[in-house]
Design a binder for this molecule. Structure first.
Ligand code: NAD
Length: 280
């Protein structure tokens, strides 16, 4: 028995890297998978809609699994609707959506062009929206529970030099995930976030030391866990999954300064120790 028997999963950007690893594991665990990938270069240029996703589908089918390729662009509403249609036309339903597609255009802030900003935000943040909305509506209209996993990043949660566009998009995805997890509660739609750390073409030039726990196949079990009923009690949470292990990341607040009368900025400075976690 597989953990995803009878389920249909859409995985975006699954022609390579992390998404391909999720697709293969999900199919091996019994899910029918829509393998979406536009076939873009790392910076979002170009599109070879057929090749990458189809190769993953061929591999899944050769292993006895069920999958179909889709080459739509996640960052358009039409693309999101077509991706859902691929699931419904081929498998009749959708239970799981993994928003994973992504690109990078890293530059220090003053060197980052408006186009670099717009495209990265469009693919990640708007792409997550464009794929989620049709699935969300279908789940609600059909009174079905479901799981949506949105890919954030440590850059979006903590920040990182040279990734203003990417960090803004990934931070937005975290907040989007939080809001939808609250809106989905009544209808049994779980929404989770993921901050992965893996060796893929996206991180190939960062000089990570070799570590088998960085391979996409070794990140995929955590995503399977999040998508399966093993995590049925969890929604609205973001997991960091990397060679360092698996851990929840949370927004936290200090005890703070709690006044009982109006105060001045100068007085506040005297309470810095209880307002801040510490010096930078
Ligand atoms: N690898 C890491 O360490 C790491 C760290 C943090 C976050 N992430 C996130 O994980 C996700 C997967 O990244 P990866 O490392 O596997 O990178 P990757 O480049 O191997 O995979 C991304 C895939 O998305 C596809 N894609 C790009 N634009 C698309 C579009 N508009 N429509 C459909 N498909 C599109 C690409 O063709 C590519 O196959 C991304 O969202 C990335 O930001 C990765």
């Amino acid at each position: 028995m597989g953990l995803l028997d009878g389920k249909v999963a859409i995985i975006t950007g699954a022609g390579g890297g992390l998404g391909a690893a999720y697709a293969k594991l999900f199919a091996a665990e019994g899910a029918a998978v829509v393998v979406n990938d536009l076939g873009a270069a790392r910076d979002g240029s170009g599109a070879d809609a057929s090749a990458a996703a189809q190769l993953v589908v061929d591999e899944i089918r050769a292993a006895g699994g069920r999958a179909v390729a889709n080459g739509d662009d996640v960052s358009t509403m039409q693309g999101g609707e077509n991706i859902l249609k691929a699931a419904l036309d081929n498998f009749g339903q959708v239970d799981i959506l993994i928003c994973n597609a992504g690109i990078l255009r890293d530059k220090s802030f003053p060197k980052m062009t408006e186009e670099d900003w717009d495209l990265v935000v469009k693919v990640h943040l708007k792409g997550t929206y464009c794929c989620t909305l049709p699935v969300w509506k279908w789940l609600k209209e059909n009174s079905k529970p479901g799981v949506i996993i949105m890919t954030s990043s440590t850059t979006g949660l903590y920040g990182n030099f040279g990734q203003a566009n990417y960090g803004a998009a990934k931070g937005g995805i975290y907040s989007f995930m939080r809001v939808l997890s609250i809106e989905g509660r009544k209808s049994g739609i779980r929404v989770m976030g993921l901050a992965p750390g893996a060796l893929t073409r996206m991180t190939a030039d960062l000089g990570y030391p070799e570590n088998p726990l960085r391979l996409p196949e070794n990140i995929a079990p955590a995503v399977l866990f999040m998508a399966s009923d093993l995590a049925a009690d969890h929604s609205g949470k973001v997991l960091s999954v990397s060679s360092q292990g698996v851990a929840e990341v949370k927004m936290v607040q200090t005890d703070g300064f709690r006044p009982d009368k109006p105060y001045t900025a100068q007085e506040l400075a005297g309470h810095a120790q209880s307002i801040f976690f510490g010096a930078d």
